[in-house]
Design a protein around this ligand. Structure first.
Ligand code: SF4
Ligand code: SF4
Ligand code: SF4
Ligand code: FES
Length: 944
């Protein structure tokens, strides 16, 4: 296997449908209008030397190496900046051009260290290649004149080095940061000979606005910007295309290897979700896979107070199976269950739910989507007929208005945020509905037209007020509604939202947002052209999460914004495979493809394929499992790849539930917080060590490919299979592709999916079946999946969680770019350089009232519990609102979140907790106690 070499066409593809024919070096070539001569030449097989051009960036025309001659035209224009014209006759290789190019290269090389043999980029350097391509043999000017050869290196960023002595000032890095990433962190400082790349006003990359996305490193044609790992390990020798295992954007990467060592992750240009871009997590934060704390041997213990004992795989599996059999024998068939993981592959997730339904013989299976996007499933299925987003990511390029609600894409979905910002810089209008002033509200060259900073918990009131304006001001797309939607339901809904009690003015006291702002935003959404809604957990994690999703769907249907590019309702999924985990039948009431367990026909398919009788009643959800455990009825739990102690609400209740069980099995990479309450630990494998598929937020199914052997000996699907066999329900897959074949046989929306199809097309978006063999980028084009779109009345019901004199502030939670979820992976990488601890954001006014200064320890208390963390004073949050992240177990923000949850799905109300903040002296007693208990729970006795 060798390195995957991607063709660089020099300039981006032209999107024109009109074509132009010209002659290049005697060959006729036809290309889309607007194509550069450089790109046209490359597609005709002629390579023109270049340095400042690359096809991920707009042409710049600074290096003067790509000169060509054009018949009938004077001079030697740059081929990267000159568009093709019909009938043009171009010569790319002439004696005159050769001489000019050599001269240009001589100038570059006269100011470049001649240390190719020891340079980290040796063999992967465009300057070196171009010196060869133009036939450079000597440099007439020597290297004695003024130069930059002794310029200092900037090694402040843990992941890449900036060696200014090798910079040719081609500006590719600056343009990558602007055009691809949209951060505008870099600039060319100085003039003429003194020009140099600078990270803004800061002397170092780490001190600058840089978010370490790696786009500049990728774009740099020399060794100036180089990955630290390439410097340490050397150039990679082979690469494998795979999918990022962090967030729901689903970026495709080339994992570049040297031997068994991963050298770097390079974003893949053909990846349809990321189009060659990346963020700091997928690009750089993979060191956890080799982290010394990773557990590689199975372990068991009789009680959670005992030290762990390392055992063989056979012993661990046999012990687990016998414990589950014992528990079911003693407490009944329903006394055990399983939790699938949104971090694991579709195949692994499918296998866990199969294990629970077929081998445990009940439907007690649930997934972490319970605590994030279960309301999306319920809300979109009810209104549109299917539990998924409606668009592909490319769709944002056709949007005229973008409404972002309860999502913070620049931190949580960074690569998609960059695409969104590009569209915004090109003129799309922006509405942000969020209690916090997220980056999108105002960042480099992006400014929201409307920011509606509503009070946490007021989502439904806000959306109904927006709908009120649309209905009462005659902004409904009546033709669309008449043709596509259930008219009775629409009429009832329109009558409901038109009530004066739902007007922005009447709702102002609830939302806290001036009615005139709400009215203007509604008018923009309804009349601004193609309007798309993107939303996140700020929508779903509420007691009215499902209602909010349906209110969003109502808005989109009323304005005709469903069923074509540029519009739609798009849940931004948090984890890499949360969409897939839901698709695969991880919920207690649904088989794969969202078919209810009470549906006899669907159940029958599985019963005959698996040779068992399945329960037709939904099983327990995660919160019910914990309640049942506390009540003494639920005793055994198999948890694959989840840390429910840290990620689920009301930590004390989770701990009580886990403590009441007799066999908790945790399958994970590290001894996570939940493992402190486990009796069996089965070491998991990373995405680099196994084959499978992930499904991203746009329903895109992509391959995960094994690049190294599992360090723990088994891939996660093999562990589940072994457990099932030990329990007496045979599974005999040789490869995950066979699991996918079974999924395709049993799931209509996946019937066309196979590893062959994925290898052939790169990826597909479900539904993928006979009707759509290449997948479905945009859904509901001619009709809704459920037939007619269904409007649902969305009455605002305030949450029971109320502020009062004891708890006068509202806490809301979220993520930060550099850390990921419970931080199990990112905390074990250099990403902690950006976010070492969770901080409490508090408005200066609220801080002053409490005598709290920036950086002080504060106590954060709610009705559920209290924790301590440091304060960060900022006006990003409004007075009365505080905000924190939940990446660090020492803080455990979920100690304070409550048991309230979405009425339809039990999704916890993470986003609204009434709290009090007071000055503190450092970590609280429980935190110290907890740390001590965790230390005890992690003792390991090695195998004899
Ligand atoms: S790493 Fe990304 S954000 Fe940082 S300077 Fe480079 S392109 Fe800009
Ligand atoms: S750092 Fe690299 S990409 Fe940036 S100007 Fe210098 S050589 Fe070009
Ligand atoms: S945006 Fe998400 S999928 Fe893409 S590299 Fe970052 S974490 Fe990975
Ligand atoms: S590649 Fe065309 S001017 Fe540099």
């Amino acid at each position: 296997m060798s390195l995957i070499d991607e063709i660089d066409f020099g300039t981006p593809e032209a999107r024109s449908k009109a074509s132009v024919t010209l002659t290049i070096d005697g060959r006729k070539v036809t290309v889309p209008q607007g194509t550069s001569i450089m790109r046209a030449a490359k597609s005709a097989g002629a390579t023109i030397p270049k340095l400042c051009a690359t096809d991920s960036l707009n042409a710049f025309g600074s290096c003067r190496l790509c000169l060509v001659e054009i018949e009938g035209r004077a001079g030697t224009p740059a081929s990267c900046t000159t568009p093709v014209m019909d009938g043009m006759v171009v010569a790319t290789q002439t004696p005159k051009l050769a001489k000019l190019r050599k001269g240009v290269m001589e100038l570059y090389i006269s100011d470049h260290p001649l240390e190719c043999l020891t340079c980290a980029a040796n063999g992967d350097c465009e300057l070196q290649d171009m010196a060869g391509a133009v036939g450079l043999r000597d440099v007439r000017y020597g290297q004695d004149g003024a130069s930059h050869l002794v310029a200092e290196k900037d090694t402040s960023n843990p992941y890449f080095t900036y060696d200014a002595s090798k910079c040719i000032v081609c500006s590719r890095c600056v343009r990558a940061c602007e055009e691809q990433q949209g951060t505008f962190a870099l600039t060319i400082a100085g003039r003429g000979f003194g020009s140099r790349v600078a990270p803004g006003p800061s002397p170092t990359f780490m001190g600058s606005e840089c978010v370490s996305c790696g786009a500049c490193v990728q774009a740099c044609p020399t060794a100036t910007l180089t990955e630290t790992k390439v410097i340490e390990i050397g150039q990679p020798e082979r690469s494998v295309v795979t999918t990022c295992a962090y967030c729901g954007v689903g970026c495709a990467f080339k994992a570049e290897m040297r031997g068994e060592e991963l050298v770097r992750m390079v974003p893949w240009k053909d990846g349809k979700a990321n189009r060659g871009h990346s963020c700091v997590k997928g690009r750089f934060a993979w060191g956890y896979a080799q982290h010394k704390e990773r557990i590689l041997n199975p372990m068991i213990r009789a009680s959670i107070n005992d030290p762990w004992k390392e055992v063989s795989w056979d012993e661990a599996i046999a012990h687990t199976a016998s414990e589950f059999k014992r528990i079911q024998g003693k407490y009944g068939q329903d006394s055990v269950g399983g939790i699938t993981s949104s971090r694991c592959t579709n195949e692994e997730t499918y296998l866990v739910q199969k294990l629970v339904r077929a081998a445990f013989g009940n439907n007690n299976v649930d997934t972490c989507a319970r605590v994030c996007h279960s309301p999306t499933g319920y809300g979109l299925k009810t209104t549109f007929g299917t539990s998924a987003g409606t668009q592909d990511f490319d769709s944002v390029e056709d949007s005229d208005v973008i409404l972002v609600m309860g999502a913070n894409p620049t931190d949580a979905h960074p690569v998609f945020a960059s695409r969104m910002k590009k569209r915004l810089r090109a003129g799309a209008r922006l509405i942000v509905i969020d209690p916090r002033r997220i980056d999108l509200v105002r960042s480099a060259h992006v400014k929201a037209d409307h920011h509606l900073p509503l009070k946490p918990g007021a989502n439904v009131a806000m959306l109904t007020a927006l709908a009120h304006v649309i209905v009462t001001e005659g902004l409904v797309d009546e033709a669309y509604v008449r043709e596509r939607c259930d008219m009775d339901a629409f009429t009832h809904w329109a009558e409901f939202v038109a009530r004066e009690t739902n007007s922005p003015e009447a709702m102002e006291a609830v939302t806290g947002v001036p009615a005139s702002d709400v009215r203007q935003a509604a008018r923009l959404y309804a009349t601004g052209g193609r309007a798309a809604i993107y939303y996140g957990l700020g929508v779903t994690e509420h007691s009215q999460g499902s209602t909010t999703v349906m209110a969003i769907a109502n808005l989109a249907m009323a304005t005709g914004n469903i069923g074509r590019p540029g519009v739609g309702v798009n849940p931004l999924r948090g984890q890499n495979n949360v969409q897939g985990a839901c698709d695969m039948g991880s919920f207690p009431h649904e088989l794969s493809g969202y078919r209810h367990v009470s549906d006899a026909a669907a159940r029958g398919l599985f019963e005959s394929a698996w040779g068992v009788t399945l329960d037709n009643e939904p099983g327990l959800r995660i919160p019910n499992m914990l309640d049942a455990a506390v009540a003494g009825q639920f005793k055994g739990l198999y948890i694959q790849g989840e840390d429910i102690l840290q990620s689920d609400p009301n930590t004390r209740h989770v701990a009580a539930g886990l403590s009441a069980m007799e066999c908790v099995v945790v399958q994970d990479l590290f001894l996570n917080e939940t493992a402190n309450y486990a009796h069996v630990f089965l070491p998991g494998s990373t995405f680099l060590e196994k084959d499978g598929t992930f499904t991203n937020a746009e329903r895109r199914i992509q391959r995960v490919r094994k690049v190294m052997s599992p360090k723990n000996g088994l891939a996660d699907w093999e562990i589940t299979q072994a457990l099932s066999n030990a329990l007496g329900f045979p599974m005999a897959y040789d490869h995950p592709s066979q699991i996918m074949d079974e999924i395709a046989r049993l799931t209509p929306s996946f019937s066309g999916v196979s590893y062959e199809r994925l290898d052939e097309l790169g990826s597909v978006q479900w539904p993928c079946n006979d009707a759509a063999p290449e997948g479905t980028p945009v859904m509901h084009i001619e009709r809704f999946v459920r037939g007619e779109g269904r409007f649902i009345i969305t009455e605002y019901v305030p949450t029971d969680e109320k502020v009062g004199p004891r708890f006068p502030l509202l806490l809301t939670t979220g993520r930060i770019l550099s850390q990921y979820n419970v931080g199990a992976q990112t905390r074990r990488t250099d990403n902690s350089a950006w976010h070492e601890e969770d901080l409490l954001e508090i408005h200066p006014h609220d801080a002053e009232e409490r005598g709290v200064r920036d950086g002080d320890w504060v106590k954060l208390a709610s009705r559920s519990g209290e924790t301590a963390l440091r304060a960060k004073l900022t006006d990003r949050v409004a007075p009365g609102v505080v905000y924190t992240t939940f990446h660090h177990p020492d803080t455990q923000a979920n100690v304070v979140t409550t048991d309230y949850s979405d009425w339809a799905t039990n999704c916890p109300e993470y986003k609204v907790t009434a709290v009090q903040v007071s000055r503190g002296n450092g970590p609280g007693d429980w935190q110290l106690e907890y740390a001590d208990q965790a230390r005890r729970a992690r003792r390991i006795e090695a195998a004899e």
